[in-house]
Design a protein around this ligand. Structure first.
Ligand SMILES: [Zn+2]
Length: 477
């Protein structure tokens, strides 16, 4: 099959739940409620005559996200009614923005390996969430706690050309959402929902192929797998002369395949029209400037600064800046030890490994950044060897003690006293006359054996450089 003859064209629509205290058109709480339909009122359950009032904080968070995505903020936007029937939408329409969204064109940059790529943003608009239906046997329960929770829908340009890019783009958006603190970013709980529009075309063709929408994929890994599956399915269709149907498909993670949910013939015509109950939304330049001033340094800018300021390789800079808390942790380590590359290795390798194993977030780590910085300093000063440092780090991770305290408690200070190292090495040479003879007759590889023995005698605490030096002297006698 000639997969390489085809080019996938992918665009993502990401729904983001904005972290406001109250809903977008009423004052009901957005907090998780224990009871079904507990956080509801006449507005969000759609009783006739109840009037929506726009939540200013939802607008602020929407604009903030738009600015972080380099979007043009439209001074005037309009709320529209998107009409359709579903039991969890009691009004019979969803309030959304259609032709005039609050955020216009923008872009973000993503990394694919070492290569930077720009993905265009078409628009980002505010809308309300629907309620939730739970289907059980032959009946359905409706819970309207989620009804009218504010959403921002971020629509990308069809600039994405592979499953890997699709996942990288979704990760980059996720990272921006967490940096700007507009969303909790929880994919599994649906705070961030990704739909992928996938089509394929012969390489060199200008016209797009028929697109298929993959709905509600709840992890980055699944985005990649679902898109790979869909690209191959579509190419198989074209190669066997089958027509691709414009449809919505769902991804089944257990079977790793997509299946049809509805075709275009069943799709709705939403009959959008401006909502007469809501005023046009005006956002002034002064408001935009004020919101802009609250933006933190964003992940891509931070990754670039890490490369220039700390001379880190792009891979390190990218990994360390994926989450704001990790980036801040790293900078806390560097501040103390002044050794950026070593700090990067300790954070990326040892700390992240321990955290992953313990299923902890960086904010839950018992090892304070300053303490990890202190550990790097102990190595750099020659107080402990790198090998002993790993032992100390494991203890720090378990207990939260300072490296100095652990080194003192366990007597792990490196032996850099030449006299005692000479005594230890003399003992090693005396114990292994056979190996000494072989070494002297040209078996150079045995040097490592002597180093190992000397380390063993000094319980791993011998200064490796000094051991090397003394061994060379003694063995050449
Ligand atoms: Zn309400």
């Amino acid at each position: 099959m000639a997969y390489t003859d085809y080019e996938p064209v992918i665009g993502l629509e990401i729904h983001v739940q904005l972290l406001t205290k109250t809903k977008i058109f009423c004052s009901c709480s957005t907090e998780f409620a224990g009871g079904d339909n507990e956080n509801t009122c006449p507005v969000c359950i759609g009783l006739p005559g109840a009037l929506p009032v726009l939540n200013a904080n939802a607008v602020e968070l929407g604009v903030k996200t738009g600015l972080a995505l380099n979007c043009k903020i439209n001074p005037l936007s309009v709320f529209a009614r998107k009409n359709y029937f579903y039991p969890d939408l009691p009004k019979g329409y969803q309030i959304s923005q259609y032709e005039e969204p609050v955020c216009g064109k923008g872009f973000i940059d993503i990394y694919i390996g070492e290569t930077k790529k720009r993905i265009g943003i078409t628009r980002a608009h505010l809308e309300e969430d629907a309620g939730k239906s739970s289907h059980a046997g032959d009946y359905t329960l409706v819970n309207l706690n989620r009804s009218s929770v504010p959403l921002l829908e971020i629509v990308s340009e069809p600039d994405i050309r592979s499953a890997e890019e699709a996942a990288a783009y979704a990760r980059a958006v996720h990272s921006i959402l967490l940096y700007t603190e507009v969303c909790d970013g929880n994919l599994e709980e649906g705070s961030m929902r990704c739909d992928c529009n996938v089509s394929v075309r012969k390489k060199g063709a200008e016209k797009f192929g028929t697109k298929v929408e993959l709905k509600n994929i709840n992890s980055f890994r699944f985005i990649e797998k679902a898109v790979i599956y869909e690209i191959e399915r579509q190419i198989d269709c074209l190669e066997t002369g089958e027509k691709i149907i414009q449809e919505t498909r769902l991804y089944d993670a257990d079977k790793n395949r997509t299946y049809s949910m509805r075709t275009k013939e069943e799709a709705h015509d939403y009959r959008y029209f401006p909502d007469p109950d809501l005023l046009q939304l005006h956002v002034t330049d002064a408001q935009v400037a004020k919101i802009k001033s609250t933006l933190p340094e964003l992940p891509m800018a931070r990754a670039e600064r890490f490369q220039s300021e700390y001379k880190l390789p792009s891979y390190d800079a990218f990994v360390l800046t994926q989450s704001r808390t990790l980036a801040e942790y790293y900078e806390g380590v560097v501040k103390v030890c002044q050794n950026p590359k070593s700090a990067s290795n300790w954070v990326m390798v040892e700390l992240l490994r321990e955290l992953n194993e313990a299923k902890l977030e960086v904010t839950e780590s018992k090892v304070e950044p300053a303490h990890l910085g202190g550990l790097v300093q102990l190595i750099d000063k020659g107080t402990i060897s790198g090998k002993i440092a790993k032992e100390v780090f494991a203890e720090m991770f378990k207990t939260g003690k300072t490296p100095e305290a652990i080194v003192k408690e366990k007597g792990l200070v490196q032996i850099s006293d030449e006299g005692s190292l000479r005594t230890a090495i003399a003992e090693v040479i005396k114990q292994n006359p056979g190996q000494v003879e072989q070494y002297k007759s040209g078996k150079d590889k045995l040097f490592g054996f002597f180093v190992g023995q000397a380390m063993k005698v000094t319980k791993g605490q011998g200064n490796p450089e000094l051991i090397n030096k003394i061994l060379k002297e003694e063995l050449s006698k």
